[in-house]
Design a protein around this ligand. Structure first.
Ligand SMILES: [Fe+2]
Ligand SMILES: [Fe+2]
Length: 301
């Protein structure tokens, strides 16, 4: 018996992003159904590429009147828009009865600036090297959030990762001006160790320049260098992602930190704090009390 997976032709473009696409392509044949106005040539190209790569069988079927898309129905259900006549009454009743797709809506995080705009702003505020690091932290944070967080955490992790170093490349004068303007609380250690200012200033810049309102994101930026006791999942994710992101050049302890990060967030926190504190001491730099409090906390977890 042969199984056929009938789907809209647009879904064929996305197959490679599905879970275990090769396995799926070996289990069944796909039937790609086009909707009116669909760019068939592009679809042929796509199918050609997939077929060549996976020797799978994808069939093409033109159904001129089919203008209904399942993803459109899901989006409409998420937004509370009518879905009547787009699917059988029984299915509509079932969706309403069990509140399907509603959770996704609750979990959606809204940002005032589109992420692409944030990226553009960052590109002009950061050196190329720092921007590449930033993208790496964002990717790594999303990967960690996929394991440890909710759908909302993934979106927050992406943005917090992007913005964590947003104030790091400011020239001295600009940094001082912003610190004053945004009332960043200075203490002896920050005065003597200007390196440590960027997470605290970064949180204020994220709030004002990037219009971030979510306190968890702001705290993830604020504590990404020092850490602190009792961090939220997102705070830990950004702290760890900053240390292990894929563009980091190899250093002692990196592989172990990566291993621990995907095993247990608290164990990774403890390990990274220990490494960082040792590194800071070796170089005769000042330790922020928040880091010591954090280490004490994660030692006892
Ligand atoms: Fe940083
Ligand atoms: Fe960083």
């Amino acid at each position: 018996m042969r199984l056929y997976f009938i789907t809209g032709a647009d879904a064929i473009h996305q197959i490679m992003s599905w879970k275990e696409p090769e396995r799926l392509l070996s289990l069944c044949d796909f039937v790609a159904v086009t909707r009116p106005g669909y760019q068939k040539n592009q679809m042929f190209e796509e199918i050609g590429e997939i077929q060549e790569k996976y020797a799978s069988r994808i069939h093409y079927m033109e159904v001129p009147a089919l203008a209904i898309s399942s993803s459109d129905i899901r989006t409409r259900a998420q937004r509370g828009m009518p879905i009547q006549y787009l699917l059988p009454q029984e299915v509509e009743d079932y969706i309403h009865k069990f509140g399907l797709y509603q959770n996704e809506r609750k979990d959606e995080v809204k940002f005032m600036l589109p992420i692409e705009v944030m990226q553009e702003k960052l590109q002009s505020a950061l050196s190329v090297k720092r921007y590449i690091h930033t993208m790496g932290v964002s990717e790594e944070a999303v990967r960690l959030a996929e394991i440890y967080g909710t759908q909302a955490d993934r979106q927050k992790a992406k943005v917090a990762g992007l913005l964590h170093d947003c104030a790091k490349d400011y020239p001295k004068e600009l940094r001082q001006r912003f610190c004053k303007e945004y009332k960043v609380k200075m203490d002896d250690i920050l005065e003597q160790q200007p390196d440590l200012i960027h997470p605290f200033l970064g949180a204020e810049v994220a709030k004002r320049e990037y219009k971030i309102k979510d306190e968890d994101i702001l705290n993830a930026i604020r504590y990404h260098t020092t850490g602190r006791a009792g961090m939220s999942v997102l705070e830990k994710i950004v702290f760890i992602a900053d240390y292990i992101e894929p563009n980091r050049e190899q250093f002692e302890g990196l592989d172990e930190a990566r291993r621990l990060a995907y095993l247990d967030l608290d164990m990774a926190m403890r390990f990274i704090l220990e490494q960082t504190i040792e590194f800071v001491k070796e170089r005769g730099r000042l330790l922020h009390p928040l880091s010591l409090e954090a280490l004490e906390y994660y030692k006892n977890r």
